[in-house]
Design a protein around this ligand. Sequence first.
Ligand SMILES: NC(=O)C1=CN([C@@H]2O[C@H](COP(=O)(O)OP(=O)(O)OC[C@H]3O[C@@H](n4cnc5c(N)ncnc54)[C@H](OP(=O)(O)O)[C@@H]3O)[C@@H](O)[C@H]2O)C=CC1
Ligand SMILES: C[C@H]1O[C@H](OP(=O)(O)OP(=O)(O)OC[C@H]2O[C@@H](n3cnc4c(=O)[nH]c(N)nc43)[C@H](O)[C@@H]2O)[C@@H](O)[C@@H](O)C1=O
Length: 328
Amino acid sequence: MSPPTPRIYVAGHRGMVGAAIVRTLQAQGLPASQLITRTHAELDLTDQAAVRAFFAQEQPDQVYLAAAKVGGIHANNTYPADFIYQNLMIEANVIEAAFRAGVKKLLFLGSSCIYPKLAAQPMTESALLTGTLEPTNEPYAIAKIAGIKLCESYNRQYGASHGVDYRSVMPTNLYGPGDNYHPENSHVVPALIRRFHEAQAQGTPEVAIWGTGTPLREFLYVDDMAAASVHVMNLAPAVYQQHTQPMLSHINVGFGSDLSIADLARAVAATVGYTGSIRFDTSKPDGTPRKLMDSSRLHSLGWKARVSLTEGLALAYQDFLQNAPRSV
Ligand SMILES: NC(=O)C1=CN([C@@H]2O[C@H](COP(=O)(O)OP(=O)(O)OC[C@H]3O[C@@H](n4cnc5c(N)ncnc54)[C@H](OP(=O)(O)O)[C@@H]3O)[C@@H](O)[C@H]2O)C=CC1
Ligand SMILES: C[C@H]1O[C@H](OP(=O)(O)OP(=O)(O)OC[C@H]2O[C@@H](n3cnc4c(=O)[nH]c(N)nc43)[C@H](O)[C@@H]2O)[C@@H](O)[C@@H](O)C1=O
């Protein structure tokens, strides 16, 4: 007899990644009756009492923690208090309430910004806590590091006695359907899709790109990220433990190669069909000079990215054309 289908809570199911995790789980056959979701308006995850009551009532078997205060370089730099406070509260509340409700399996989503600003490239999991962080997103990074350490601490204290198995994945920069296209607060890919699209539509001869164009970034399509998340959640405990260490347990999720922001801008312009020129606005910050993940831990666990940047940008632009007017 096959085991019963787990009841799965996806926190942040209306966000870009949470929605992709839901799509992946449903494509793999998860029935609607086994999926638990709450919108931000229905459950504020920074509210400890509400989160405890929700978990006590729902008692999920698995939790994907994809809810967070998220934004690009400008949002991180402008709202540091929101980024550290909300993310610490969401993680602490969800992980502690999940433990109290008897949840054995939880996946926490961190970020590549947990690594030092000048970490050796590509960045391995062991670069964590070896140097100074990038100042534009240090508060967010500190909260994400706390999330990893929450998972590890619950495993160390309650793994043997309660069967707790909480895991963490560190995504590189993501993009795709459901992204945030805000002109200032978004990440670079959705920001440039919108800016080039508007310049094309209005016949603007020049588009400004923030910074020098020299920083290198790695970009992963969101459905690949969702597939990697479900893959890591479902690894047998013995396999996961064989590839990780109790106090170095997180897993990088990258695409495998990076490109300069100038080259990204040219790729987005080509996707949108913009033929004007590009100017670099060096009054805006560059952030970390390079952030390429070493994803060999995940590769040895049997998962690799599938969607190329060209293909992913075309899919993202299609999403922008269909859905962005509602979100911008
Ligand atoms: N996008 C990226 O490039 C990267 C993302 N990540 C990580 O992946 C995860 C998902 O990010 P992504 O999908 O892009 O982000 P989104 O902003 O698209 O989604 C985040 C979701 O969390 C919800 N949320 C935020 N605060 C609360 C709260 N207090 N209570 C309940 N729900 C809340 C949001 O709801 P609402 O919108 O209603 O507030 C939203 O649905 C995050 O952990 C992020 O840090 C990591 C690396 C890169
Ligand atoms: C995912 C990741 O996201 C953030 O870190 P980031 O890598 O700096 O991400 P970003 O997408 O904002 O910028 C990437 C690069 O692109 C340049 N850039 C050019 N023009 C625009 C532009 O129009 N918008 C934005 N946002 N950036 C632009 C920008 O100057 C930078 O050099 C953190 O929140 C961090 O915490 C985090 O986890």
